[in-house]
Design a protein around this ligand. Structure first.
Ligand SMILES: Nc1ncnc2c1ncn2[C@@H]1O[C@H](COP(=O)(O)OP(=O)(O)OP(=O)(O)O)[C@@H](O)[C@H]1O
Ligand SMILES: [Mg+2]
Length: 617
C-alpha cells in the first residue's frame, strides 16, 4: 500500500454513543456552531499555534517524501535510464528520507497531543458553562423538559462531541491540508498527470454524496434506537418494584426484547452502508492508479517524463487516499458531534428568565414580615391562574397555616415567596422590600423550606443536615436533629451521623426522610421557615412529639405550615384557606369554625365526631 501503510477500512465503531431522544434536529447551522467553537478555542491560543505549525510540517513531509523517492530513482537508481552506482548519494537520500519520516511522526504526535489538550479544556469549559447556566435557570426551565434529557445533554452529548474533538478532528484537519498540499505539488510537477490523478477525487465525492444520505439516516436511526433502549432499561430498573408486584415481568421482558432487537437491526443496517464505502473507495482508487500508470507510461515512451516522477505520483495518490478515506468515514461522527455541541450550547444559551436586578440589595438582618400585595400568577401562558389576587400581610414571628384542597395553590404561594417564579401581577415583599430588588442569596439566606417531597443527597446523614448551613457545628446539627425528633434514630444507625444515605435514600423510611429535612431546615436557623406537608408521612404520635419540640424553634421565626391533616396546624395564629388559587378565608381556628365556611367544612370531614374535634384542639 501507500507510503504510510495506507487506508483503514471497514466499519467504524467509535463515536456511536447513546444520545437519548435524538429526533430533535439541530437548532443552529454548522457554520454558526463552528464559529462558537472557535470562540472557545480562541482561549487556547498557544496549543492552537502548536497544532497549526505541526499540521503545516506534517503536510509538508507528506509532500516532500515522494519527491525524494522520485529523485532517488532518477538520479541514483536509474540515472539517465541506466542502472546507477552512486551508493553515497543514495545513502544521503535514505538518511534524508528517514529524517523526514521522523519529523512527520513527531509532527503528528505534537498535533494530536496539543489538539487533545486544547480539546479537553474546551470540553471542560463547555460543561462548566452548562452547569453554571443550569444553576441559574429557573424552575420554569426544569418544568418544561425531562430531567433525563438535561443530564444526557451535559454528559452523553458532550461526550460524543469530545470523542470527535479529541480523536478525529486533527486527522480531518491534517487530511484536508494534505489533500490541498498534494494537489498543488502535483500540478506544479506535472499538470497532465495531476489532472489524471485527481479525477479520483470527484469520483470519490460522488460516491460519498450518493451514500451519505443513507449513511446519515442509518446512523441517526442507531442513535435513536440506542436512546430508546437506554430509556427502556432505565424505566425497567426504576419501575422494577411495580413490575414485580404486578407480576408483569414477562410483558416488560417482551418490550425490552423488542427495543433490543430494533437496536440490533438498525446497527446492522448502518454497518451495511458504512462497510460499503471502504471497498468502493478502494475500487475508485485503483482506477486512479491505473490511469496514472497507463498514461504516465505512454508519456514516458514519448520521452516526456522521467520514471521517478511517475513513482512520486503513485505515492502521492496513496497518501491522498488516507485523508479522503477518513473524511468519508468520519462524516457520521461529525454529524453526531455537531448535534451534541448544539445541545449543550442550547443549555448554555438558555435565557435566564429570573434575573437579579443590577442594583439588587442584600439585607443583612430581616425581621420576617411577608406581604403578598395583590399577587396573581400562572405557570404557563394560557394556563388558568394558579394564584389569583392574593393579598395577605404577615407580621414577623407569626405562625401561619395554609390549608386547602389538592391543587388549591398552597405550594405555589411558597414558590413565589422563595422567588422560584415571579408573579404576573402584584408584588411579594420581605420586610417591605419587593423581593425582586433583593439578591437571591440575600433573599434565600433568611429562609428555609421543608419540601413536600424531600430530597436527600448521596452523602452522610451529617452532611445532609449540614446542607442547610454549611458552617454549622456538630453541636448545632445535633440540636436541630433533636428538635426534628430524629436524633435518637440517627444514633441507633450503625454509623450514627456518618451513616451514608444511598442515592435513592432507600435505607431510611419516607417519614425519616422528612424528619431529616426538617433538621436541615432548622440548622439554617432561618427567619422564615416553611413546612410544606413536612410531617405528612410521619405517624401521628411522632408528629405530636415534633410539634412540641418545634414550638420552641418557631418562637423567633415567621413560620408557614402547609398541612392536610388539620391536627398539625393547632399552633397556628392564623389560618389561610385557599380554594382554586384564591384566598377565600382567613382567621384563627375558632373564628373560622364560627364562620362555618370552607374551613369548617374541611374540619368536619376530618373530625366528624365533635368529641374528637375537641381533643385535637
Ligand atoms: N410546575 C407546574 N407547572 C404547571 N402547573 C403547575 C405546576 N405546579 C403546580 N401547577 C398547577 O398549579 C395549581 C396549584 O398547584 P399547587 O402545587 O400550588 O397546589 P397545592 O395546593 O400545593 O396542592 P397539594 O395539596 O396537592 O400539594 C394546580 O392546578 C397545579 O396543577
Ligand atoms: Mg403542594
Amino acid at each position: 500500500m501507500g507510503w504510510r501503510g495506507g487506508f483503514e477500512g471497514g466499519v467504524n465503531s467509535r463515536g456511536t454513543g447513546a444520545v437519548i431522544e435524538d429526533d430533535r434536529s439541530k437548532t443552529q447551522s454548522d457554520r454558526a456552531l463552528i464559529k462558537r467553537l472557535l470562540k472557545y478555542f480562541s482561549e487556547r491560543r498557544r496549543e492552537i499555534a502548536y497544532v497549526t505549525v505541526s499540521v503545516v510540517i506534517f503536510t509538508a513531509t507528506g509532500v516532500v517524501g515522494p519527491i525524494l523517492t522520485g529523485y532517488a530513482i532518477d538520479r541514483y537508481i536509474f540515472p539517465g535510464g541506466r542502472v546507477g552506482n552512486d551508493v553515497t548519494g543514495l545513502s544521503l537520500i535514505v538518511i534524508a528520507y528517514t529524517a523526514i519520516t521522523v519529523v512527520m511522526y513527531v509532527a503528528e504526535y505534537v498535533q494530536t497531543f496539543y489538539m487533545a489538550t486544547a480539546g479537553q479544556h474546551v470540553i471542560y469549559r463547555l460543561r462548566k458553562d452548562a452547569v453554571d447556566r443550569l444553576e441559574k435557570l429557573s424552575l420554569r426551565y426544569y418544568n418544561e423538559r425531562p430531567i433525563g434529557a438535561i443530564i444526557s445533554h451535559v454528559t452523553n452529548d458532550v461526550e460524543v462531541f469530545n470523542n470527535f474533538l479529541t480523536f478525529q478532528s486533527t486527522q480531518l484537519i491534517s487530511g484536508f491540508t494534505s489533500i490541498v498540499g498534494i494537489a498543488i505539488i502535483m500540478f506544479f510537477i506535472n499538470a497532465e498527470l495531476a489532472v489524471l490523478a485527481l479525477t479520483i477525487v470527484p469520483m470519490l465525492a460522488i460516491l460519498v454524496y450518493a451514500l451519505h444520505g443513507r449513511m446519515k439516516a442509518a446512523w441517526m436511526d442507531t442513535r435513536r434506537s440506542v436512546g430508546a433502549l437506554t430509556a427502556k432499561v432505565a424505566e425497567s430498573v426504576a419501575g422494577m418494584k411495580v413490575t414485580q408486584s404486578f407480576a408483569a415481568e414477562e410483558a416488560d421482558q417482551a418490550e425490552f426484547v423488542e427495543s433490543n432487537r430494533r437496536n440490533m437491526v438498525t446497527n446492522l443496517k448502518a454497518a451495511k452502508w458504512s462497510s460499503f464505502v471502504g471497498p468502493m473507495a478502494q475500487v475508485v482508487q485503483s482506477f486512479g492508479i491505473f490511469a496514472v500508470f497507463y498514461f504516465g507510461a505512454v508519456i514516458i515512451y514519448g520521452g516526456g517524463l522521467e520514471i521517478g516522477i511517475l513513482a512520486a505520483f503513485y505515492i502521492w495518490l496513496n497518501n491522498l487516499f488516507r485523508p479522503v478515506q477518513q473524511i468519508t468515514q468520519f462524516y457520521p461522527q461529525y454529524q453526531s458531534a455537531m448535534v451534541g455541541l448544539d445541545r449543550v450550547l442550547q443549555i448554555i444559551d438558555a435565557p435566564v428568565d429570573l434575573k437579579e436586578s443590577p442594583d439588587a440589595i442584600e439585607l443583612a438582618e430581616v425581621r420576617g414580615a411577608v406581604d403578598f400585595d395583590h399577587v396573581s400568577f400562572r405557570y404557563k401562558e394560557g394556563d388558568p391562574n394558579a394564584l389569583s389576587d392574593i393579598d395577605v400581610h404577615i407580621q414577623p414571628k407569626e405562625i401561619v397555616a395554609i390549608v386547602g384542597q389538592t391543587g388549591a395553590g398552597k405550594s405555589t404561594f411558597v414558590n413565589l415567596l422563595f422567588r422560584y417564579y415571579d408573579p404576573d401581577e402584584g408584588r411579594v415583599l420581605l420586610d417591605g422590600h419587593d423581593i425582586r430588588g433583593l439578591t437571591f442569596r440575600g433573599l434565600r439566606r433568611h429562609m428555609a423550606i421543608v419540601l413536600q417531597d424531600p430530597f436527600l443527597f448521596s452523602a452522610s446523614v451529617m452532611e445532609n443536615i449540614r446542607y442547610g448551613n454549611l458552617g454549622a457545628t456538630e453541636e448545632e446539627v445535633f440540636r436541630a436533629a433533636k428538635e426534628a425528633g430524629i436524633h435518637d434514630y440517627i444514633m441507633s444507625m450503625p454509623q450514627g451521623y456518618d451513616t451514608p444515605i444511598r442515592e435513592s435514600a432507600n435505607n431510611i423510611s419516607t417519614g425519616q426522610k422528612q424528619l431529616l429535612s426538617i433538621a436541615r431546615a432548622l440548622v439554617a436557623n432561618p427567619k422564615i421557615l416553611v413546612l410544606d406537608e413536612a410531617t405528612s408521612k410521619v405517624d401521628p404520635f411522632t408528629e405530636l412529639l415534633i410539634q412540641n419540640a418545634l414550638d420552641n424553634a418557631f418562637s423567633d421565626k415567621t413560620t408557614f405550615i402547609i398541612a392536610h391533616r388539620l391536627s398539625t396546624i393547632r399552633m397556628a395564629n392564623r389560618i389561610l384557606v385557599f380554594d382554586h388559587g384564591r384566598l377565600v378565608e382567613e382567621g384563627s381556628h375558632d373564628a373560622l369554625l364560627e364562620k362555618d365556611g370552607v374551613y369548617a367544612r374541611l374540619y368536619r370531614i376530618q373530625f366528624q365526631e365533635p368529641a374528637k374535634a375537641k381533643s385535637a384542639d
